[in-house]
Write a protein that binds this ligand. Structure first.
Ligand code: NJP
Length: 245
């Protein structure tokens, strides 16, 4: 369809699956993350299937890295129609364990990173008077779970920012904003949990229910991206059947 997308956190999980799905629909995808070896593998897979991808080394925490990546994509394809703000992390722990470096890392990537990419891409979309921004919040951006307090705080911030962004850029600049709130998705996200108790809890959860696959989320994103131009699918709240909420 000739559109151009920037997908952050494209080196694994939901980001990689969404880049594949978008490329399959004819979207040229800028695939951004820090692990460029993974991105090269993804690019090879996309190319093999007849799609087009550009590898972009990007640390979303570093505004200079983000700006350089966005410039690379615009120089290559001349536009950015879709921004998928997906990079994030979730190391669980109790507050009284004071894993403060993990807290701050979540604020840096999940919140500041998303603001950095939004700030870098928005001027291009405003210039185009069109665009679609997808922000990955979470079920944890709707309610609070024990052991996930800081993660929930970051994802509540993403939900709030998405609502504000939609209000401010929807009518004025013709930009759609979709807030994604997945339940449990089987990805590498859980590998970063350093606390053995919570690690066990997540392993047990995975035995109790069939988690979503990254491709399940990717398909809902494709649905929202392909909706008629006047339709804004404002939220995608997608859960495993057994998760309830
Ligand atoms: O996790 P994973 P998911 N700069 O670990 C990237 C949310 N979510 O797909 O830089 C740039 O496979 C990292 O790339 P790399 C979740 O909160 C998930 O599950 O190479 N990129 C990797 O590609 C997150 O927002 C579930 O290490 C950075 C990607 O982030 C999103 O879904 C449930 C980066 C993480 O991929 C994708 O997570 C839910 C940085 N500084 C919400 N730091 C779930 N899985 O159950 C990390 O509600 N990345």
């Amino acid at each position: 369809n000739g559109k151009v997308a920037l997908v952050t956190g494209a080196s694994s999980g939901i980001g990689a699956a969404t880049a594949l799905a978008l490329a399959g629909a004819g979207v040229k995808v800028g695939i951004a993350a820090r692990r460029t070896d993974r991105l090269e593998e993804l690019k090879a897979e996309i190319t093999k299937k007849g799609g087009e991808a550009l590898v972009i080394e990007m640390d979303v925490v570093d505004p200079a890295s983000v700006e350089a990546g966005v410039k690379t994509l615009v120089d290559a394809y001349g536009a950015i129609d879709i921004l998928f703000n997906n990079a994030g992390l979730m190391p669980l722990s109790d507050i009284d364990q004071f894993k403060t470096s993990e807290w701050l890392r979540m604020v840096d990537v999940n919140v500041k990173g998303l603001l950095n990419t939004t700030a870098a891409v928005l001027p291009q979309m405003i210039k185009q008077h069109s665009g679609h921004i997808f922000n990955t919040s979470s079920i944890a951006g709707r309610k609070v779970f024990k052991g996930l307090s800081v993660y929930c705080a970051t994802k509540h911030a993403v939900t709030a920012f998405s609502d504000g962004l939609r209000m401010e850029v929807g009518q004025k600049h013709n930009i759609r904003v979709t807030c994604i709130q997945p339940g449990a998705v089987a990805t590498e996200l859980y590998d970063q949990i350093t606390d053995p108790g919570y690690r066990q809890q997540m392993d047990d959860l995975a035995k109790q229910m069939t988690f979503l696959q990254s491709a399940d989320i990717a398909e809902t994103i494709l649905f929202a991206a392909q909706a008629p131009a006047h339709v804004n699918v404002a939220e995608l709240f997608v859960l495993p059947v057994e998760q309830g909420w």
